[in-house]
Design a protein around this ligand. Structure first.
Ligand code: FDA
Length: 301
């Protein structure tokens, strides 16, 4: 209901007004903003993963520009000695236009990160992208075993079998590394769990599978009802601190983030920046339980 209300309202609101609500979720528009936000998080003992905003491009020339922008981000972040890694959305590099060109673009970015012994995570987008993104991840993992990871979505019914199928990539010298999130896109009920309880139950099933199999999970959630049980699973399987981390989005539930850090767990924050903030931040606004009333308030005046 709230999501529908916000989805209907946001496109008709002036962009400047949407920005007022959105800015807490975005580090800023420039690379300097992203570096500054990351330095502040690092100073609190939090690692970052940086993301240049944008997705679902229409023209391959944009893919080349986006690749160049990421290469510049890597150089800038490394020279500023930021404790962080990089996240990429394949549709930002042309996944739905030309898979091979998309792969080459992302490969160049991973190769650059690998020069610094660093790491690139392939974000997971909506369901038509899943097979293609797993394929890209498999190819990259074969060439850069320690420099690439993937996101998996607990709301997808297929995820548990994807995790099992991908175990053949794990070997003694290189562990698999996934970010486990609930999933943000609107998917049909035939392929995705819809109820909160079902999604959470699958999340914990996926997480336990990862912990049992010595796969590194980025436990990406702001849901207290998952954080507590995740900590219990970590204890149950005696997982050492260097074999998992919690992850959260910039600007979301900072109090919960602090409480997790206080308990001594590692934390990484996803730091998005760039001019193309509308799509990303409207997804965040739709997830924010208080947003409907905030959005309606200025309209009532
Ligand atoms: P849930 O949505 O149930 O929220 C739990 C509670 O958190 C809410 O009740 C509220 O209190 C708080 N909360 C959540 N969002 C909020 C907001 N925007 N503002 C204020 N409060 C909020 N998805 C995807 O499909 N592909 C991807 O690659 C990624 N990548 C990714 C990286 C990282 C680091 C994170 C944390 C998340 C993602 N996601 C993602 C998004 C993810 O799938 C999911 O949509 C959000 O994390 C929200 O789900 P929660 O697990 O937080 O639970």
């Amino acid at each position: 209901m709230i999501n529908k209300l916000i989805a209907a309202t946001l496109p008709h609101m002036p962009k400047k007004l949407v920005w007022l609500f959105s800015k807490r979720y975005i580090a800023g528009e420039t690379i300097e903003d992203a570096v500054n936000a990351s330095k502040k998080l690092n100073a609190e003992g939090i690692k970052v993963t940086v993301d240049l905003l944008g997705e679902f491009i229409k023209d391959l020339s944009q893919a080349t520009e986006n690749k160049e922008a990421y290469l510049n981000i890597i150089e800038t972040f490394e020279s500023n000695k930021i404790d962080g890694n990089y996240s990429v959305k394949p549709t930002f590099f042309g996944l739905l236009i030309d898979e091979e060109i998309c792969y080459e673009n992302i490969r160049t970015i991973v190769a650059k990160a690998a020069e610094y012994n660093n790491f690139v995570r392939v974000d997971m987008e909506d369901s038509p992208c899943v097979d293609k993104e797993i394929k890209i991840f498999r190819r990259l993992k074969a060439e850069f075993p320690n420099n690439v990871g993937l996101v998996v979505q607990a709301y997808l019914k297929r995820t548990q079998s994807d995790l099992e199928n991908m175990m053949n990539m794990q070997n003694g010298t290189s562990n698999l590394n996934y970010r486990l999130c609930k999933g943000i896109y609107v998917e049909p009920k035939e392929i995705a769990f819809k109820r909160y309880e079902e999604i959470n139950s699958n999340y914990l099933k996926n997480l336990e599978f990862l912990l049992e199999n010595k796969v590194f999970p980025g436990i990406a959630t702001h849901d207290k009802n998952l954080v507590g049980p995740a900590m219990e699973l970590i204890e149950k399987h005696k997982v050492s601190k260097d074999m998992y981390e919690f992850q959260m989005l910039y600007g979301v539930t900072p109090e919960l983030r602090k409480s997790i850090l206080k308990k001594g767990h590692n934390m990484r924050v996803y730091v998005p920046f760039g001019k193309d903030w509308f799509g990303y931040s409207t997804r965040r606004l739709k997830e924010n339980p208080k947003m409907a009333s905030l959005i309606m308030r200025p309209l009532k005046k």
